[in-house]
Structure formats: structure tokens, C-alpha cells
Design a protein around this ligand. Sequence first.
Ligand code: NCD
Length: 292
Amino acid sequence: MDLISIRDLNQKEIESILKHVDETKTTKGKGKILATAFFEPSTRTRLSFQSAALRLGMNYIDFSPEVSSLRKGENFTDTLRMIDGYADIVVVRHAKEGAARLAAGVSEAAVINGGDGGNQHPTQTLVDLYTIKKLKKKIAGLDIALVGDLKHARTMHSLVYALAMFGARLRLIAPSGLELDKALVNEVKNKYDASVETRPQMDLRGMDVLYTCRIQEERFADPYEAKRVKEQFKITLETLQGAKNDLVILNPLPRLGEVDRTLDTTSHAKYFEQAHYGVPVRMGIIDYLLQK
Ligand code: NCD
């Protein structure tokens, strides 16, 4: 089984993976090999997958585009065909939307999408769901504000779908021009009868969770436009006035100033804890896929 889009999983399957997380013990993957094939920069996703593999008793191999035959002109699918022969699970990250699906098409090994362009980042979403459940004990009925570059952020695209599936109420707040694709909003409304509202202004009153993300500069056609919107919707102590005392702030990281550092020491800041759940959740994902 591959994990390319959050749409590949239904609620029961997601719950089963999240339940797995606390139960997954070491040595299950003995003798198996995980390959990380990242054609785009990564800190958390790559390292937490490698760490998860080691904790499961697996080994991992890491493909580095800079020192590979890509430099001689080898194409993406031939490269993936090779990696497929060397590993049982391949985690692929690429700047092009659809790259992970393409990789899955030429691979016998299970392929996990570690992020494809502005499209999907399903394993980050599983980390996010796990974190929210851990902190709030539920997802259904929570009021969750999603703030930032909703147009380009793959983390948001996977997350919106999953939160709607689980019955959270969503408030979308984006700089003008960076709103969430209407097709996705309509999809979750039709499929899950989701409550989704859009606000042009920052308004966190009544919210249980604030999920922010950076402006995805590398996905802008015009870099000057990215600079212009960068200063909008920065979260500071002032922004939180009127918000619930137990509001939780999450961010997939890296953050580039959208969450002010003065918040790090407040009880709202949970983004580092969220990042640390990357290892146990990915252990659960690997274990789940190895059993399929
Ligand atoms: C995210 C990504 O790569 O999409 N990073 C991550 O995996 N935690 C978020 C981002 O780059 O903004």
C-alpha cells in the first residue's frame, strides 16, 4: 500500500494508524530498509522518518540529489526504479505535484509522499491529528483556525481534508490572493458536510487551535509578491488578546517569523512538541504500511 494523498485513507484507517502510534514497539522492521528520496529540502520529515526507521529496528538509505546520477542527467522515474530495488519503503519529496504518485507507479516498494509541490503532505497531517488529539482529547467539534498561505501550503491541503473528515469546524484566514482553493472547500463541504468559514481578518475569538504556516515563497510565480504578503498575519502576544486561555498554536515548521518568538515560552506554543511527535507517528505509519 502507498500513502500519497490523505484521500488514500478513511477515518477508520487514520484512527487505526493513530492508535498504532502508542502501541508500536521497536524491532518490528528488522531486516527491512527505508529509503528517503528528497528532491527538495527537509529537516523534520527526512530525519524523523530515518529516526523512526532506526527505532523500528530497520535500516535506512538516503538518496542525495546533489551527489547522484541526476547530476549526469538521469531522469526521475529511472532514479526511482533504482531506489525501488534497494528498499522496502520509499519516502519521496519533490517540488512537482504528482511526483509521489508517479514514483508509486514505477515502484514495487510502498511509496510514502513526503510532500509533492503544493499538493499533499499526508504524514504531516497524521502528525497534526495526533498532536491535536493528544492536546485536546478529541478533534470533532473543535474550532480550528488555519492561518497563512492556504493557497500554496501542502500541509494545509492535507489537513483541511482530514479535519473536515473528523468533524472539526474550520475558520480559514489568508492574505488576499492566498486563499484556499475553492474546489477543496467545496469537496469537504459536499463529502463531510463540513463547517468552513472564511475571514479576511485575523480573528481568533472562540478558537481551540490556531494552525499557522509560513508564506511558501518558493511556490510564488512572483517573489516580490511573496515579500509583500510576508508581513501580514504575524502572530504576536497582541494577536492573542481575546483568544481562549487554552488556545493551542501549531505550525508544521519551519517558521519564518509568522509566529513571534515571544510566544515560545507561553502555554499556547505547542509547535515543538508537535514536531517531536513526528518520530512516533511515522513509526506507526511505517508499521501500518509494512503490515499491508
Ligand atoms: C512543511 C513542508 O515541507 O511542507 N515542512 C514539514 O514537512 N514540516 C512545511 C513548510 O515547509 O512550510
